[in-house]
Design a protein around this ligand. Structure first.
Ligand code: ZN
Length: 155
């Protein structure tokens, strides 16, 4: 690490400890040439995940957009903590595929899979936007596939 004072690339670490949130390691370093002490932070770098939209545009994956979309569909029906968890699952599942780039369809399908488990109304609302439903028969089709694949949970 280059010394901010004299520019020498020769230092020793005098202290290492996790930052408050545990997301980084904070290191105190001392320049061997001029003796100045400085601090560096080391963080985990997640590989960038890109999303290719239908228009062909490629944007970095944005978890908050996923969360927004799910929140709109689930408005007042699903606790925020469950949506947070679902958004995390969506990202984890997309990253698990180990591709650098995913399509917006893949993102949408992951969201649908999560909403399906959380709330049928939120699921159908999201599906109606995502799948661009044209009429009531599309809802019927979606609902019947929902009933078929996911029998109601025993209470
Ligand atoms: Zn120095």
């Amino acid at each position: 690490m280059r010394c901010p004072t004299c520019g020498a690339d020769d230092d020793r670490v005098v202290d290492s400890r996790p930052s408050q949130d545990g997301q980084a390691i904070r290191r105190r370093r001392e320049c061997r040439r001029c003796g100045v002490r400085f601090t560096t932070f080391e963080r985990i770098e997640l590989p960038e995940l890109l999303v290719r939209k239908r228009s062909g545009d490629v944007l970095p994956f944005d978890r908050s957009k996923v969360l927004d979309g799910m929140s709109r569909a689930a408005k007042g029906r699903v606790p925020a903590a469950d949506l947070e968890r679902a958004a995390t699952e969506v990202e984890a599942n997309l990253r698990a595929a180990d591709q650098r780039e995913v399509s917006s369809e893949q993102v949408g399908l992951q969201v649908l899979a999560q909403l399906r488990d959380l709330d049928p109304v939120a699921y159908v609302r999201f599906a109606s936007v995502y799948k661009d439903f044209q009429g009531p028969e599309d809802f019927e089709k979606e609902l019947s596939s929902l009933r078929k694949d996911a029998p109601p949970k025993a209470r």
